[in-house]
Design a protein around this ligand. Structure first.
Ligand code: 2P0
Length: 324
C-alpha cells in the first residue's frame, strides 16, 4: 500500500506528563495516565510521493511548519530500511485536518502524531503492533503515545523499548470541554517543560510525587473509585501548574477565567454534583464528572466559555486506520 488514512483523537491526562528524561527519544521523567476523547479528531492521509510535503487544515506548510512532520517521516523511513522495505527511500505527502483548535491546549499534537504514526507506518508498509505504534507516536510528541489507546491509557516511563502506553480499566466518566480561549499559547509545551526542569526548584519533587500519585491513580481506577480518581486528577493538575509557575522567569498557562471555571466546579461539588477539573498547557479547562451529570455540568459551565458551548466528551477510540 502506498497511501493510508488514519484517524486519532486527543487525550486529556488525569496524571500529567511534564518533563523529559531524554529529549531525543522523548522519554518522560515520570509516567502519566489519560482519557482518550471521542471528539476533536485529526484525520491524516500519507501518500508516497516525489517530495516531502505537509498540508494542515488546508494550508500548505513551509519548512518550519513541516519540520517536525518530516523528521517523523525520516524515523518511519529508518524503520522501513531496517525492515528491508523498498519504500524506505521514498518521500511522502502528508495531509492532515484537525477538527479541534490547534495549539491551544486541546492536545492537537497528540491526535496529530498518533494519526501520523498509524498512517505513515501503513503507507510505508510497516506492520506494527499497538505497542510499537505507541512507541513510534511518542517520538513525534510524548502525549501522542497515549492516543493509540482506547478509552483510558497509562504511559510508562522507561527506555525506548519500555516507554509505551497501554489500556487500563477505569470508572465510566465524561469530560466537559470548557474552552475559554483558542489563540496560540505563549510558551509551547516543549519549551515550557525544559524551562520547568531547568529553573523550577520544585521540579524534583514534582517528578517523584507524580510516580507516587500515578500508582494511587491506577489503584483508584482498578477499584472504579470515581471520587478518588477525580480528586487525584484535580490535585495533580494544580501541582503541574504550580511547578510551572515556579519557573524563572515564571510561566502561567491559566487565565483568570480558567480559575473562575475551577471555582464553579468547586461550587458544583458543594451542590452535590460531583465534578473535578483539569487543565493542560493552556487556559482551557476540562471538567470530569459521572456520565449521568454530564449535561447539567455542561449547562452550569457554558456561560464561562468563549463561544457559549461546553461540549460533553466520552471515552473514545485509539488511533486507527480509516476503514478498520
Ligand atoms: C499531558 N501535556 O500529560 C501534558 C499536560 C500538556 C500538559 O503532554 O514535547 O505536546 O511533544 O513530548 O506531548 C503536552 O506535551 O510534548 C502534554 P512533547 P507534548 O497531556
Amino acid at each position: 500500500m502506498t497511501q493510508a488514512t488514519a484517524r486519532a483523537y486527543p487525550n486529556i491526562a488525569l496524571v500529567k506528563y511534564w518533563g523529559k528524561a531524554n529529549e531525543d527519544l522523548i522519554l518522560p521523567a515520570a509516567g502519566s495516565m489519560s482519557m482518550t476523547l471521542d471528539d476533536f479528531a485529526t484525520t491524516t492521509t500519507v501518500t508516497l510521493d516525489e517530495t516531502d510535503s505537509f498540508s494542515l487544515n488546508g494550508a500548505e506548510q513551509g519548512e518550519a511548519g513541516a519540520s517536525r512532520v518530516i523528521a517523523f517521516l525520516d524515523l518511519v523511513r529508518n524503520f522501513a530500511r531496517t525492515a528491508g522495505l523498498d519504500t524506505a527511500d521514498q518521500n511522502a505527502r502528508v495531509v492532515s485536518v484537525n477538527e479541534g483548535p490547534t495549539a491551544a491546549g486541546m492536545a492537537s499534537s497528540a491526535s496529530g502524531f498518533a494519526a501520523l504514526a498509524v498512517a505513515a507506518s501503513s503507507a510505508y508498509g510497516l506492520e506494527l503492533s499497538i505497542r510499537d505504534l505507541s512507541r513510534l507516536a511518542r517520538r513525534g510528541s510524548g502525549s501522542a503515545s497515549r492516543s493509540l489507546v482506547d478509552r483510558f491509557a497509562v504511559w510508562h516511563a522507561g527506555d525506548d523499548q519500555s516507554s509505551y502506553a497501554e489500556e487500563i480499566p477505569a470508572p465510566d466518566m465524561a469530560m466537559i470541554a470548557v474552552p475559554v480561549a483558542t489563540g496560540q499559547k505563549a510558551v509551547s509545551s516543549r519549551k515550557g517543560m525544559v524551562a520547568t526542569a531547568t529553573t523550577s526548584p520544585f521540579y524534583p519533587a514534582w517528578v517523584t510525587s507524580t510516580e507516587e500519585i500515578l500508582k494511587e491513580m491506577i489503584g483508584a481506577c482498578k477499584d472504579s473509585d470515581f471520587t478518588l480518581v477525580g480528586e487525584i486528577a484535580e490535585t495533580h493538575a494544580m501541582r503541574m501548574h504550580a511547578v510551572i509557575a515556579a519557573s524563572r522567569p515564571s510561566i502561567r498557562y491559566l487565565s483568570p477565567t480558567s480559575l473562575e471555571v475551577f471555582d464553579r466546579i468547586a461550587q458544583l461539588r458543594a451542590d452535590g454534583i460531583e465534578t473535578y477539573g483539569t487543565a493542560d498547557a493552556g487556559p482551557n479547562v476540562f471538567a470530569i464528572t459521572r456520565p449521568e451529570h454530564a449535561e447539567v455540568v455542561s449547562e452550569r459551565l457554558r456561560d464561562l466559555t468563549k463561544d457559549g458551548e461546553a461540549k460533553v466528551l466520552r471515552p473514545g477510540r485509539g488511533a486507527h486506520l480509516v476503514g478498520d
